[in-house]
Design a protein around this ligand. Sequence first.
Ligand code: ATP
Length: 447
Amino acid sequence: MRAASKPRVLLVDDDVSLLKLLTIRIESNGYQVTTVDNGMTALQLLKRSTFDVVLTDLRMDEMDGMALHRQLQSRYPALPVIMMTAHGSIPDAVEATKQGIFAFITKPINKDELFDSLAKAIEIHGVHEGREIAETNIITRSGPMLHLLEQIKLLGPTQVNILITGASGTGKELLAQAIHQHSHVSDGPFVAINCGAVPSELLESELFGHKKGAFTGAVKDHQGLFQQAQRGTLFLDEIGDMPLNLQVKLLRVLQEKSIRPVGFQEEIPIDVRIVSATHKNLSEAIINQQFREDLYYRLNVVNLKLPPLSERREDISLLAQYFSGRIAKRMNHEEKRFANDAMHALVRYDWPGNIRQLQNVVEQVVALTPSHIISAQLVENALHSDVNHVELMSLNDAKKEFERDYLINILKIAAGNVAEGAKLAKRNRSDFYKLIKKHNIDVDSII
Ligand SMILES: Nc1ncnc2c1ncn2[C@@H]1O[C@H](COP(=O)(O)OP(=O)(O)OP(=O)(O)O)[C@@H](O)[C@H]1O
């Protein structure tokens, strides 16, 4: 996570002397504090500025802490709210957590309790960099991602070819769409193709089109994707999977800025912005002669690298709550919220399948949650049943495990007779003994 910015706390209390006192304490612990003495002003302020956590009193005239919390929840669902209450006036704690309040602390404020709650809120929800949702569909508050969005604002209007690299599910297509939205052809079509998903014999006609009768099965003229993307953007996903013969043709198209559909004599000029993407290491593919170097330099005028989700953990809670909100809208039900420890489990997890995997896990836990709070247990179950989450062992450990299981099986077949076992394993007896010793196998217990 970023170290640069201090977490920002919005402190709301109608007791002005307490505001002063708390500000000094909280600021001396490395936070930045802004104070207001009522809920309405807090809401006004939030329209102009971002905060990482709200610390509010429960008892206030006009808008009390719970009313403020309800407003915050509908407008800023990922913003944690810590409620301060006079001792003994904590409403039913279970009821309150159901409503999504991050934590309660009692007055007079115990500073350990206060700093624990603040630190936990920041750990789970992260620190904002000032902007959550860019003018694209990309949800983020991670520094490197916001930097990428700044870059595409500059690159969009230029005509340079952009190559996006990043692991599967990191949002490469979404970024390509954002580039299109910022480009000079944003009014034109955005056409995407996954080069790895189309059989190679069909890819050529899919990209460049064909004339009726050009080959068996070409029963009518077919307009290729280059033409469909005229004065727009063509997104070539998984470009690393494009067969070499087509790479040559693509290179020619990029040089000539025209295409010739299969079976056509004449060239058709094209004006298409190319954005490509890959999860592969293309430099390695070039060395292995699976990717043409000249094409690589054509496509990769600018390279944008999407970081995996595990390198932008501050986005996890934001995205999880965003996906839950989207499901609620789609299904027309109340938005389900994550219990604190459930969110913590999401934030700690490594996400090998990145945002796509997070989206699937959220779909699953929202569907399985009967109330409107998603429990940690459900999240843990979803994470562990996820096929993407395979604990991989090293090759050495796998070999050792295999060898041990093999020896035990052989000994079972040989009814614990080591000489017989050695024969079955085609090893001499002393070698076989050594192996049994190495793996600490108790032969007597096998019979
Ligand atoms: N920052 C984000 N904000 C909101 N949704 C996102 C974000 N990043 C990715 N998604 C969503 O996650 C899913 C996967 O994203 P996308 O298809 O763009 O990834 P990809 O890197 O192209 O994946 P693949 O390499 O597997 O094709 C999509 O449903 C996308 O809308």
